[in-house]
Design a protein around this ligand. Structure first.
Ligand code: HEC
Length: 206
């Protein structure tokens, strides 16, 4: 590149830079467009629609109660991969509480292989199911903590439906209410939630 063309190029770049700077420097700063959408969507009959893209949400942990440690009869022998919608996770970081509209999803994953090159253990197999807890004062005014509970499968390993109806308290909520450390979600088993709880500004603690 000769000297002249490099001068021309430099002035073009400076001009572009100025123009970009000017568009930012208006009278009031532009609001950042929100990347967040409501995680819980319902149809007219009150069925919860299966949230889209939840594997991109915040993955908070994967409890496992294997058959081998429960006389071969664990009540829930699968891995439970648990996701929280990003906006509610932000709120958890700021306040240490679950906001109205929180969606917590639990994806059931089979125990697949029990050995790997790293040794014997429990390794994830196939997706077997999907369940959800949704906090909504408007939809579940009388439920403990205003949480509604849902299951998108009729049987483990069966098809995962596009929508699910709310389950009765005796099926889900009562056990959560009795055993969870606070507000029906078993946050005690998720190190990501424990570490993030109430961390101010949402910028620290990761
Ligand atoms: C006998 C007690 C019990 C019952 C009944 C129960 N759960 Fe849970 N659930 C747990 C425990 C304990 C955890 C956390 C550890 C784990 O996943 O194994 C959990 C985790 C969850 C989570 C992840 C968030 C959290 O609180 O940890 C969701 C979502 C969930 N269950 C939904 C349901 C649904 C839907 C039903 C009803 C179909 C249900 N649960 C019934 C005990 C129960």
């Amino acid at each position: 590149m000769n000297v002249l063309s490099s001068i021309v190029l430099t002035s073009v770049l400076v001009a572009v830079g100025c123009a970009a700077g000017m568009s930012d420097g208006g009278t009031k700063p532009q609001e950042k467009p929100s990347m967040m959408t409501e995680a819980a969507r319902f149809d007219a009959e009150g069925n919860l629609l299966q949230p889209k893209g939840y594997r991109r949400w915040i993955y908070v942990g994967a409890p496992l109660t294997p058959n081998d440690m429960n006389n071969g009869k664990a009540a829930f022998p699968e891995f439970h991969s648990v996701y929280v919608d990003p906006e509610s996770f932000d709120h958890w970081e700021k306040t240490g509480t679950w906001r109205d509209g929180t969606v917590v999803l639990k994806e059931l994953v089979s125990v697949g292989s029990k050995s790997a090159s790293s040794g014997k253990g429990y390794f994830m197999g196939d997706f077997l199911g999907l369940e959800a807890a949704v906090k909504s004062k408007q939809r579940f005014p009388d439920a403990a903590g205003n949480w509604g509970f849902f299951r998108f499968t009729d049987e483990k390993g069966g098809p995962i439906h596009a929508k699910a109806t709310a389950l009765p308290e005796s099926a889900c909520s009562s056990c959560h209410n009795a055993g969870a450390d606070e507000d029906l979600i078993f946050s005690q088993y998720y190190p990501v939630l424990r570490a993030a709880k109430g961390v101010t500004s949402g910028m620290m603690g990761r």
